[in-house]
Design a protein around this ligand. Structure first.
Ligand SMILES: Cc1cc2nc3c(=O)[nH]c(=O)nc-3n(C[C@H](O)[C@H](O)[C@H](O)COP(=O)(O)OP(=O)(O)OC[C@H]3O[C@@H](n4cnc5c(N)ncnc54)[C@H](O)[C@@H]3O)c2cc1C
Length: 568
């Protein structure tokens, strides 16, 4: 059996940044496992940019202002010590990327350019046109490839982690290319498997692979998830497909218009207008549609994004990908046309419970979580645009340091024969399984439930019904056969495993949302429309044992800023 000191599952920005830091000690042997080729990870789809208070455009900006904006944006649910840690370390990790060769867009004097983004007091978002994630991901991959002590397991699917209830021992992974299951012994596992906004199957900006596999594995293994009821809906998804048009559109000066041509944000956020935080802008769009000021009705209704006044030159220089997406998927050219848009599921504020923000450790010894699959928590109830990429870079770096030190001073635990074979047996059982349920139907139904009953607007009845129906879907999942029995690139088998992960997480999201009887950030309850600090200024922790979910709450760490009403 192969043995490593550290196994990192996920080769997006979070996994790669962790691996690079970990590999600085050449004696540490690292495996990076990824179900897609690393440069196809969702980080590569990030468009708008990454936040760091460099003060290049307005020098008054500071890590402290970045921290305050983040905390206010989070609706005061973020842990303030962790937010300060992220914001203070942000400039350094950006300069590291600059030295590694990321081609950031520049000011005329050669310094790194910064653009305004939602909820930010200053232009703080560092970018490379509208392909920021793409260039960061490729640069990180180059750096990781240059390390001799990293082995890549590309196109391997995580089946499970192995542990003794106290400490991690290994992982079992499935080779998508040939159907083989292998077990890796390891002292530490870092989960960096990305978000799960694909539980909103109908309408999401996320890659189809963002199915929350690592989050579901943690949940099944008794590791708590934190604040997963908080899902971010991005205001500007293309109307027909839900594909993202970056916040950079509004950062560069784009307007939102209703069918009368009004800039309706003046009703909801008179000061910040289109650059209010995403939760507020998304709800504003939905109110306009509900009150008949959108174009069309029902699920196909929309409002407009207007970029025309920015001019051809700026659109081509700063928003080339946005323009192409609008042309390809909506049939309109933003230089001359209005673009139909509507909110779309985008990001998961919650995730695997990280206990210590400096190390990114979880309650299970040897298990770490970084990136979108983790909840540190720096985003609280609502993330600001550009703050996810900076989270990956800062916490990836410090997790890399922590995990390499942990691995240096700890020992491998022995694996039993049963543990070694567990992954193989699970796959064989799935392949043999018979039943009459259909994968596509159940996935479609899951998408309808999540969108309609636990989307932008929620209430007791809709959430209770979502929870019930998702529990039923989980039972029906047991009767989905894997029709394709082949060994080579069996995508049917992978999709069956991913669907289980999505339904389990979706059910837990409904459960936590049902119990949070208030509105805060991305979680909006029509039956409890106010924020309730007295009862709910706390983090949700959800655990799953023998298929049953239980909830507890832990305090928010408030160090400097007392909760105040959020006005923009
Ligand atoms: C369209 C879009 C635009 C965005 N734009 C911005 C932006 O401009 N600024 C910003 O700050 N944020 C942005 N975000 C958010 C940000 O990009 C993501 O939160 C972030 O990139 C997630 O990085 P990650 O490394 O955690 O996960 P990912 O990049 O999603 O990588 C996950 C990795 O885990 C692996 N993996 C998953 N499951 C398994 C499994 N079962 N077995 C093996 N491997 C597995 C995958 O192969 C992949 O390598 C955007 C998100 C989207 C969807």
């Amino acid at each position: 059996m192969r043995a490593y000191d550290v196994v990192i599952v996920g080769a997006g920005g979070a996994g790669l940044r962790t691996a690079i830091e970990c590999a600085r000690d050449e004696d540490i042997k690292i495996a990076v496992v990824s179900k897609v080729y690393p440069t196809r990870s969702h980080t590569g789809a990030a468009q708008g940019g990454v936040n760091a208070a460099l003060g290049n455009v307005i020098k008054d900006d500071s890590p402290e202002t970045h921290a305050y904006d983040t905390i206010k944006g989070s609706d005061f649910l973020a842990d303030q010590d962790a937010v300060f840690f992220m914001c203070e370390n942000a400039p350094e990790v950006i300069y590291e990327l600059d030295r590694w060769g990321v081609p950031f867009s520049r000011l005329p004097d050669g310094r790194i350019a910064q653009r305004p983004f939602g909820g930010a007091s200053f232009p703080r978002t560092v970018f490379s046109a509208d392909r920021t994630g793409h260039v960061i991901l490729h640069t990180l991959f180059e750096q990781a490839l240059s390390k001799d002590n990293i082995d890549f397991y590309n196109e391997f699917f995580l089946i499970d982690i192995l542990h003794n209830g106290q400490r991690v021992k290994g992982v079992s992974i499935y080779d998508i290319k040939n159907g083989e299951v292998i077990t890796l012994r390891t002292k530490a596992v870092v989960l960096a498997t990305g978000g799960f906004a694909r539980i909103y199957w109908q309408r999401s900006t996320n890659a189809v692979g963002n199915t929350g596999d690592g989050v579901a594995v943690a949940l099944r293994n008794g590791v708590p998830l934190k604040d997963i009821e908080f899902i971010q809906f991005h205001p500007t998804g293309l109307a027909k497909t839900g594909i993202l048009l970056s916040e950079a559109c509004r950062g560069e000066g784009g307007y939102l218009l209703n069918k009368f041509g009004e800039r309706f944000m003046s009703r909801y956020a008179p000061e910040k207008m289109e650059l209010a935080p995403r939760d507020m802008v998304s709800r504003a769009i939905e109110y306009e549609i509900r009150e008949g000021r959108g174009v069309g009705e029902g699920t196909s209704a929309y409002v407009y994004l207007d970029l025309r006044h920015l001019g051809e030159e700026k659109i081509k220089e700063r928003l080339p990908q946005v323009r192409q997406l609008a042309i390809d998927f909506e049939g309109v050219d933003p230089i001359t046309d209005l673009v139909p848009i509507r909110p779309t599921a985008h990001y998961c504020m919650g995730g695997i419970h990280v206990e210590n923000y400096i190390t990114s450790s979880t309650p299970l010894e040897g298990l770490y979580a970084v990136g979108e699959c983790a909840c540190v928590s720096v985003h609280g109830a609502n993330r600001l645009g550009g703050n996810s990429l900076i989270e990956l870079l800062v916490f990836g770096k410090f997790c890399g340091i922590a995990v390499r030190e942990y691995a240096k001073y700890s020992q491998h635990l022995p694996l039993t024969k049963a543990e070694e074979n567990a992954g193989k047996e699970y796959i064989e059982k799935l392949i043999r399984r018979e039943g009459s349920e259909k994968l596509a139907q159940i996935r479609k139904r899951m998408g309808e439930i999540t969108w309609e009953k636990m989307g932008i607007f929620r209430d007791e009845k809709s959430l209770a019904s979502a929870y019930e129906e998702l529990s039923e879907l989980l039972e029906r999942w047991e009767k989905i056969p894997v029709v394709d029995k082949s060994k080579v690139f069996n995508t049917n088998l992978i999709e069956v495993m991913e669907l289980r992960n999505m339904i389990e997480i979706a059910r837990a999201v409904a459960f936590c949302a049902l119990h949070r009887r208030e509105s805060r950030g991305g979680h909006y309850r029509e039956d409890y429309p106010e924020r309730d600090d007295e009862n709910f200024l706390k983090h949700t922790l959800v655990r799953q044992e023998n298929g049953k979910l239980t909830i507890e709450y832990i305090p928010v760490r408030i160090t400097k800023y007392q909760p105040a009403e959020r006005k923009y």
